[in-house]
Design a protein around this ligand. Structure first.
Ligand code: PNS
Length: 165
């Protein structure tokens, strides 16, 4: 059985993340979406909330049962060991993403030579999109309907509005 881990902050999930989950889950028998619990930036959503938003966004997929969503703390390679997985899946938007992603891929390989990172290009429709863009546009009363999965649009809008007050 082939398994890959798709790690990230997902604060919150965007349609770009959703697209990578959907496509990645078609490439592997089992995909684990790993939500980091301790990003350096203070998150808008707790790790439990981010996990729930992802689960809600993908619940309708026909292969949803092959997609696991969970939080993790500490090093990604330790999480990979615990889950007996050697493949990290990441989406790439622009050349500007590449330097940071390359650095992370090399670091993870330095920590464990058996861990490989595979990149898939983000769909061009979402290449501009990030969780930060969603939070910025939403907090300035812009329309985020085409940026996040419909299933979680209201949850995300409510939190953005609540943090404005
Ligand atoms: O969505 P992001 O913020 O680009 O995801 C970054 C993430 C979570 C993949 C990265 O920060 C990570 O792997 N954090 C866990 C700590 C770790 O293993 N660091 C060493 C590799 S850079």
């Amino acid at each position: 059985m082939t398994t890959a881990v798709y790690p990230g902050s997902f604060d919150p999930i965007t349609l770009g993340h959703y697209d990578i989950i959907k496509r990645g889950s078609q490439l592997f028998d089992h995909l684990i979406v790993a939500v980091v619990a301790n990003p350096s930036k203070s998150p808008m959503f707790t790790v439990e909330e981010r996990v729930e938003l992802i689960k809600k966004s993908i619940a309708h997929l026909s292969n949803a049962r092959e997609i696991e969503v969970c939080g993790f703390e500490g090093l990604l390679v330790d999480f990979m060991h615990e889950h007996k997985c050697k493949t990290i899946l990441k989406g790439l938007r622009f050349v500007s993403d590449f330097e940071y992603e390359f650095q992370m891929a090399l670091t993870n390989r330095r920590l464990d030579r058996k861990v490989e990172t595979l990149f898939i290009p983000t769909d061009y429709k979402y290449s501009y999109l990030s969780s930060s863009i969603v939070k910025e546009v939403g907090s300035l009363n812009g329309d985020i309907a085409e940026m996040v999965p419909l299933e979680v649009l209201n949850d995300i809008k409510e939190r953005i509005n609540a943090t404005k007050k």
